[in-house]
Design a protein around this ligand. Structure first.
Ligand code: BTN
Length: 340
């Protein structure tokens, strides 16, 4: 997804801080009083506390109170930074990682330098749910798998909202490695970046989900409207609160029992079981094309596939989408990684 909004004025971006409990609100106060937060750009940031806002926020802004009230987690999402306009929520959490409690989330209504995977820009118009949060992990071997746990939690959160509200099933599926698809169109994406510090991996997780913005592809609310005439709209605050409940539960399972404990649900949610794709293999000086069938994930989180010649291999993602050459085969944006 390309294209981006530009910063409309030279005035500094605003960050509004809010905690779920008194302890988290004390942290908010201390960060504000010590001017401890910064933005990627050197143009300053104005930090306010939600409890001290003296005028109502603009119509359509993220409803901080509603999110905090709905949130029922012990760790994730309890410290919130909200802004009407930011370069990128991902930059905010990555840059301020050490100052923020683990599990803090930054939400923006609009981003003008939204980051996608492979250095792509992430189009971030009003109506989309744009957030990044912090987590820490000790085992570097499983850090690459956490993005799958995140995607699963998004899909399950949407399902739970549909169930709770008697809505038709909005089937958000995972396109490996980090895309969220609805009805063959990309509606969201996950970006995870990490740094190693003090014997831990500081992981910044960013998610963009088209909730009420029909551009640039489609969005959950447009899909729901087409599916039925129910008078319901997904709200970003509900999705975020339920996402964190799901994620907290899945993350504990993932850390305690490994990704295998979530695999069955993951394979039900992704788009790839039994999928046949053409992949390119570099063989000495030549590029050879192979047809392979996807079997699942390898232990390191790549795609496990078997060729028509029964050779097993690991597929790696390509940065950008390639055109499919044969309509009976799926879009092949992977390449042959390792023969197994
Ligand atoms: C992808 O390339 O599919 C991943 C896109 C991730 C976009 C989100 S939007 C919120 C957060 N802030 C960013 O700058 N990027 C992530």
């Amino acid at each position: 997804m390309a294209a981006t909004a530009s910063k409309p004025s030279d005035s500094p971006c605003t960050l509004v801080l809010c905690g779920k409990s008194a302890a988290e609100n004390e942290i908010a106060k201390s960060l504000r009083d010590n001017a401890a937060l910064k933005l990627a750009e050197n143009d300053g940031v104005s930090v306010l506390l939600q409890s001290e806002l003296d005028k109502p926020v603009e119509e359509g802004s993220f409803r901080v109170d509603s999110f905090v009230k709905s949130l029922s987690t012990n760790r994730f999402g309890r410290f919130l930074l909200w802004s009407p306009l930011l370069p990128s929520t991902h930059d905010v959490v990555s840059l301020n990682f050490g100052q923020l409690p683990v599990g803090s989330v930054c939400v923006a209504d609009i981003q003008y330098k939204g980051r996608g995977r492979s250095k792509n820009l992430w189009e971030s118009p009003k109506g989309s749910l744009l957030f990044s949060f912090t987590l820490q992990m000790e085992d570097g071997n499983v850090v690459p798998l956490v993005q799958y746990v995140v995607s699963l939690a998004v899909s399950e959160a949407i399902k739970e909202i549909c169930d709770k509200n008697g809505l038709p099933f909005v089937d958000v599926r995972i396109k490996w490695p980090n895309d969220l698809y609805l009805n063959n169109l990309k509606v969201g994406g996950v970006l995870c970046t990490s740094t190693y510090r003090s014997k831990k991996f500081d992981v910044s997780v960013g998610i963009g989900l088209n909730v009420d913005n029909e551009k640039p592809t489609t969005c959950l609310n447009a899909f729901l409207k087409e599916l039925s005439d129910v008078d319901y709209k997904f709200a970003r605050e509900d999705i975020l609160a339920i996402f964190f409940s799901k994620f907290e539960k899945f993350f504990d399972i993932f850390i305690d029992q490994g990704f295998q404990a979530l695999e069955e649900l993951y394979y039900k949610t992704w788009l790839h079981s039994g999928q046949r794709v053409i992949v390119q293999e570099n063989n000495e000086d030549k590029v050879v094309e192979n047809v392979v069938t996807i079997q699942g994930l390898t232990s390191s989180g790549y795609l496990l596939a078997v060729g028509d010649d029964c050779r097993m291999c690991e597929l790696h993602p390509d940065g950008n989408r390639r055109k499919k050459k044969d309509s009976s085969l799926q879009e092949a944006n992977y390449h042959w990684g390792v023969s197994l």
